[in-house]
Design a protein around this ligand. Structure first.
Ligand SMILES: Cc1cc2nc3c(=O)[nH]c(=O)nc-3n(C[C@H](O)[C@H](O)[C@H](O)COP(=O)(O)OP(=O)(O)OC[C@H]3O[C@@H](n4cnc5c(N)ncnc54)[C@H](O)[C@@H]3O)c2cc1C
Length: 554
């Protein structure tokens, strides 16, 4: 083998195995937030390293998102970002961190227009960008590319833009396991190269966590495998604070039955946007007053469904019915064409029978505490996207999540680059490849158990007794998770499961402790034992990880 070929063969994921990586700005996670952060940092003059535990731009929620992106463009109906902000604050039930919510709404038009210039292809009507009405918005405000393909289009556009940006080095298959600190300052990270099992140290002047959310912690979820909350665990271990971890958004109409293969469990959202649809209880009566439209906010619809089920008026599998029987075959085909055939392959004919739906964990309003420059409490550490907490308060509006990822990603990239410009490049020592730990548990089975416990006891409806049971279960996992060690070699699936279990255990504890402390019901956090909202509780809760474990403060 000649020298060039040997060098090429020794490369892994585009990186030499023994390299100590370094960059001005390190971005962890390549969803919309991470990719936009990388582009913005490069534009501001930084060398950027964008890493992801999966393939670049294909691992998290962004590429799965279906339709709506909220932004006050006002192309079809007059609008202003202040109206968008007013709706966001109202939906957040008094708990939005206003500077973040304001940034989201104010900067959204610029980001959406920039994506337009990069060729995303927002749907247009007579030359104007089309906007649909989504629940909780006071006017049509959500742009889209296609009714089910907006996320893939956003992701593809950002990936294409990255390919044109030589200052950004991208590498997948790098799972960040720990942030590197010197004297309390973040100086980069340690990652595991999944395909070889090697530990890779990464030195960076500034680091951005853009690792998305945590909904994989629940048995019923719309998440990918990479959404077990790694970023929150990384931030906590480095000394950053988390905020409002109790607010997990359940999407009310997640698919429940009949069995649906190869389709997204939240696919009924675009159906409701286009065709209305009727939510019916066991007696086939509408129980939400929506006047044939899709208007109920997510928290309101979730609890209305749970109330029907609790009252014995649910559908056979424990949800409610969603009916499009009032639509003709022609209407359905005109709206969703080939998707109707895919439904038929699953034995579903919407003109003849309703389907069953029930709430499903979908998005996390809580997360890493940042200021309006996306700075965490740890110097030189930033966060962006769904990983950030409190912009959406106790309940998020439809379409605000992709917007948040874009706006916060861009802001984090700019601010990290500015800091990097005045900082020296640190060094990060290679962490010892710890001896493979003895593994006494089956981590994959434990993940399934933890998800079931969280769904049952820390899901949309909570009680003190249930939350305490969840905490007991979580406590039993502490010891096995502490023995994580490092992979035994390439693609060590058992180690990966143990790693995921360890992040999920920690974030599950955060959710549960915060939910136990919040003695009221508000937005996505409902306590059967404290059914009312309390003025006393119109405040945030912050979580830190110390010598003696987690502490929750409000
Ligand atoms: C099915 C679905 C449909 C949705 N539809 C909509 C919609 O229509 N409108 C809307 O506004 N929102 C929607 N959302 C929510 C929205 O898509 C997300 O909130 C948003 O895309 C999050 O972007 P992000 O960049 O913060 O994170 P993500 O896109 O989730 O990206 C995070 C990345 O971090 C990587 N990562 C995680 N941990 C590590 C680690 N330890 N090391 C390295 N990399 C890591 C992951 O592999 C992933 O690629 C939807 C979500 C889902 C799941």
């Amino acid at each position: 083998m000649n020298r060039a070929r040997r060098a090429a063969a020794s490369k892994i994921g585009g990186l030499k195995p023994t390299l100590q990586l370094s960059s001005d700005v390190l971005v962890i996670g390549s969803g919309a937030a991470g990719m936009y952060a990388a582009l913005a940092a490069a534009r501001a003059g930084s060398r950027v390293l964008l890493v992801d535990r999966s393939l670049i731009g294909r691992g998290g929620a962004t590429v799965m998102a279906q339709m709506t992106v909220a932004v006050a463009l006002g192309e079809e109906v007059p609008d202003h970002w202040e109206h968008h902000l007013a709706d966001t604050l109202k939906a957040g039930r008094g708990l939005c961190e206003e500077p973040l919510a304001r940034l989201l709404c104010e900067q959204a038009p610029a980001c959406i227009r920039e994506l337009d210039a990069w060729g995303v292809g927002w749907a247009r009507n007579n030359g104007h960008v089309s906007q649909v009405q989504a629940p909780g918005h006071d006017r049509p405000r959500c742009v889209y590319v296609d009714f089910v393909n907006t996320g893939p289009a956003v992701s593809k556009t950002l990936r294409a833009q990255l390919q044109r940006t030589s200052e950004v080095q991208r590498t997948g298959d790098l799972l960040v396991t720990e942030l590197a600190l010197r004297d309390g300052v973040c100086v980069g990270a340690h990652a595991v190269h999944v395909a070889s099992g090697r530990i890779v140290p990464i030195a960076a002047k500034a680091t951005i966590i853009a690792t998305g959310g945590l909904t994989r912690v629940y048995a019923r979820n719309s998440a990918s495998l990479n959404m077990g909350g790694d970023g929150y665990a990384l931030a906590l271990a480095a000394g950053a604070e988390l905020i409002d971890m109790e607010f997990v958004q359940f999407f009310p109409i997640g698919h429940l039955a009949p069995r649906l293969v190869g389709m997204d469990p939240i696919m009924w959202d675009p159906f409701r946007y286009k065709l209305g649809g009727r939510l019916l209880n066991a007696a086939r009566r509408e129980f939400l007053r929506e006047d044939g439209r899709y208007t109920a906010a997510r928290d309101v619809a979730t609890y209305a469904i749970l109330a029907e089920v609790a009252a014995g008026r649910g559908s056979p599998h424990g949800g409610v019915w969603l009916s499009f029987e009032h639509c003709s075959e022609a209407e359905l085909r005109a709206a969703f064409g080939p998707i109707i055939d895919r439904l038929a392959a699953n034995g579903i004919d919407l003109t003849r029978a309703p389907i069953e739906v029930a709430p499903i964990a979908h998005y996390h309003m809580g997360g890493i505490r940042v200021d309006a420059d996306m700075r965490t409490a740890v110097p030189h550490l930033f966060a962006a996207g769904e990983a950030v907490g409190a912009a959406n308060g106790a309940n998020r509006l439809s379409g605000n999540a992709i917007t948040e990822a874009l706006v916060f990603g861009r802001r984090a990239g700019e601010r990290a680059a500015a800091l990097a410009a005045s900082s020296a490049l640190p060094t990060v020592k290679a962490a010892a490849q710890a001896a493979a730990a003895k593994r006494d548990i089956n981590p994959a089975a434990e993940i399934v158990r933890l998800q079931a416990v969280m769904n049952e006891h820390a899901g949309p409806l909570r009680t003190r007794a249930g939350l305490e049971r969840a905490l007991e279960h979580i406590a039993q996992l502490a010891e096995p998770c502490a023995a994580l060690g490092t992979p035994r070699g390439a693609f060590d699936a058992e180690w990966l499961d143990l790693h995921d279990l360890s992040s999920m255990r920690l974030v599950a504890e955060c959710i549960t402790r915060a939910a136990l402390a919040r003695a009221e019901s508000r937005g996505a956090h409902q306590r059967a034992d404290f059914p009312e909202a309390s003025e006393r509780w119109q405040r945030h809760q912050r979580i830190r990880l110390g010598e003696r474990g987690l502490s929750v403060e409000s």
